[in-house]
Write a protein that binds this ligand. Structure first.
Ligand code: URA
Length: 245
């Protein structure tokens, strides 16, 4: 494909995505209280501190070879009281440079999906299975996942989200400990087992925004939106309606 065709395609996708995930509004008023957890096991200040400590550990981490290849570790970011926690696969090039999750093209699409839900990025928490970028954005290896997963498990314990949204096959399969395909897993609630003595956390699997950018079809966008509507309904949050222009 030539450069100009590539650019045309990217611009067209951007505009269509803007239309699809843009232009939603919530009827009436979203109660800010609804966006945060009502009850907390650990005071927010303490879980914030714990999350910071964890991020420091992640920055020092050399549990797998990715630790020596990264520019920056990407621990995760967001609201420590979040009701929704998004979990992706691993940082890409932009994330590695900035040390923040989902800040590249896939991140821009995730921002639009969050906004289409009537939420802000600061309402949710965003993390990844791997905290360091695999070279050339290759798939995470089993030993890398095994080394890194305890960080995410601890983040989930501290944040206690009501719903985890697993973005893509790697996140969904890892958190659900299954080999099923994302096509089989998406669209329905599963349970993430948070460990002995802990309540399981509801988990919705959906397509990764990067997949959505690659396999760009109204059907796939509709499926992601359907999955997110189920999440909003489960949380008792209003489903924004497309404004009539
Ligand atoms: N893709 C991911 O899975 N995570 C990121 O943080 C960015 C892109």
């Amino acid at each position: 494909m030539t450069d100009s065709v590539n650019i045309d395609k990217a611009v067209r996708q951007h505009l269509e995505m803007e239309q699809f995930f843009g232009g939603f509004s919530v009827r009436g008023h979203a109660d800010a209280g609804q966006l945060q957890e009502q009850e907390e096991a650990m005071p927010a200040v303490e879980s914030d501190k714990e999350l910071e400590r964890l991020a420091d550990q992640v920055e020092q981490c050399r549990r797998c070879e990715l630790g020596s290849l990264r520019t920056n570790a990407v621990a995760g970011e967001g609201n420590s009281d979040a009701r929704i926690m998004f979990v992706g696969e691993a940082p890409g090039g932009d994330e590695d440079l900035q040390g923040r999750p989902f800040v590249g093209r896939a991140g821009q699409l995730l921002d639009k999906i969050i906004a289409a839900c009537g939420l802000k990025r600061s309402d949710v928490y965003i993390g990844n299975i791997l905290k360091c970028r695999p070279p050339e954005n290759r798939d995470p290896k089993v030993d890398e996942i095994a080394a890194c997963l305890p960080y995410l498990q601890r983040q989930i314990e501290l944040i206690e989200p009501e719903i985890i949204v697993a973005l893509g096959a790697h996140a969904a399969r890892t958190l659900l400990d299954t080999t099923k395909s994302i096509g089989q897993l998406r669209g329905q609630f599963h349970e993430y087992s948070a460990g002995l003595g802990r309540m399981p956390v509801k988990l919705m699997a959906t397509y990764h925004p990067a997949y959505l950018l690659r396999s760009y079809s109204p059907e796939n966008r509709r499926k992601v939106w359907d999955d997110m509507k189920k999440v909003l309904t489960e949380l008792g949050l209003p489903i924004p309606e497309r404004s009539k222009q």
